[in-house]
Design a protein around this ligand. Structure first.
Ligand code: AOF
Ligand code: ZN
Length: 381
């Protein structure tokens, strides 16, 4: 939509610009949300702003600074409700009021319980006209991880699986490199870069010695070097502490969290810590393994984790699906056949009859080089 096209929705056009600005923070704002702001006066663009990093000014502050005195009487388009709390930075709703902004168009309410409507209420109390819900669906998608952490106390979980056309993910030996091509792997690199943490099982570390890192040279983005300076937290589910002390990921930049069940052998734990791991004890679930729901809660509450990417084998993938902890499946399907001796996609329990199948809803399918990417989510019963 063209912002100068009077026949089209003016608010929507300016909000689309604000969303594009917010998008620039995709790889850097965590644990904060991605937020963009555009200031407009008499139908003309005044200034842009977006949130870059937690601890740094919010989107509105950048835009107000750029507009200076001209902000008086302007309309602000913000992709998230302006904050009302004193966090690492001051309340944005007060900054907008002080600058004399006359109207604020907001895409979505801030799910942060410290804000949750108070920013909008304060603006209205000060006589500022507020429109809420402009391009809300797009804003919700952009910050689905932040919304999940704020409303459910756990990250949004994306389960990534690379498979052959016959649904196989590895040879019987565990060998799996590489099923998909370079473009699909680049897509996964970007996914890693935008995730707060990557979750895997200890068997994936043992078989593949995966590093689970973001590599600047594989991102294919302009600011790849800057993005790759932040490495997502690596989380290894390792109920009985079988993690090899020489695992490659332990010597990579960034942190590796090894998660075992409470009461695990302490000499082993100490040795892992000396090798550079952080060890976390979690309660055991009914099967004696790490309680995955409790781990996700910890990652949300203590780890500030908005988006969690799962890159793992069939057992942990199945356990997460069984526990209804997967929000999105990202299946990378390669045009190849690995045969029936190869490993299956995920070990799901309790499926014997067709009535017990687990239906999925496909959200998007697209080609990535010679491979296909399928985005899906568990279908609601
Ligand atoms: C806004 N504009 O650009 C962002 C907002 O620790 P702080 O001070 O950065 O506050 C973080 C919280 O502020 C975050 O949890 C969310 O509720 C809100 N983020 N709000 O008005 C922005 N990034
Ligand atoms: Zn703010």
């Amino acid at each position: 939509m063209n912002p100068t096209d009077i026949t089209a929705g003016q608010d929507e056009a300016w909000m689309a610009r604000a969303l594009k600005l917010a998008e620039r923070g995709r790889y850097t704002t965590m644990p904060n949300p991605r937020v963009g702001c555009v200031l407009v006066k008499h139908g003309k663009h005044l200034a842009d702003g977006y949130h870059q990093r937690a601890g740094e000014p919010h989107a509105e502050v950048h835009a107000l600074e750029a507009a200076g005195e001209h902000a008086r009487g302007a309309t602000a388009y913000v992709t998230l409700e302006p904050c009302s709390h004193q966090g690492r930075t001051g309340p944005c709703c007060d900054a907008l009021i002080k600058a004399g902004v006359a109207r604020v168009v907001v895409a979505m309410q801030d799910p942060n319980p410290q804000v949750a409507g108070r920013g909008i209420a304060r603006l209205r109390d000060a006589g500022v006209e507020v429109r809420l819900g402009c391009l809300e669906a797009d804003a919700q998608v952009l910050n689905a991880g932040f919304v999940s952490r704020m409303t459910r106390g756990r990250p949004r979980v994306s389960l990534k699986l690379a498979m052959s056309l016959d649904g196989r993910t590895a040879m019987a030996s565990g060998e799996s490199q590489w099923i998909t091509g370079a473009e699909a792997r680049r897509d996964v690199q970007r996914l890693r870069a935008q995730s707060c943490a990557i979750l895997t099982g200890v068997d994936s570390i043992i078989f593949d010695n995966s590093r689970l890192t973001v590599r600047a040279d594989q991102l294919g983005l302009d600011d790849a070097e800057v993005i790759a300076r932040r490495q997502p937290l690596r989380v290894v589910v390792d109920s009985r502490l079988r993690m090899p002390l020489a695992a490659a990921c332990l010597s990579e930049p960034g942190e590796t969290l090894v998660v075992c069940v409470e009461g695990s052998e302490s000499p082993r734990r100490d040795a892992l810590m000396r090798s550079g791991a952080r060890v976390l004890e979690m309660p055991a679930g009914d099967d004696g393994r790490v309680d995955l729901g409790a781990l996700l809660k910890w990652l949300g509450d203590e780890g500030g984790c908005n988006e969690l990417l799962v890159e793992t084998g069939a057992t942990l993938a199945g356990a997460l699906m069984d526990a209804c902890l997967v929000d999105e499946l990202r299946l990378y399907m390669a045009p190849t056949l690995l045969g029936s001796d190869a490993r299956g996609l995920m070990a799901l329990s309790g499926i014997e009859r067709m009535a017990e199948q687990r239906p999925l809803e496909i959200l998007d399918i697209r080609a990535l080089g010679k491979d296909w990417r399928i985005l899906a989510r568990p279908a609601l019963a």
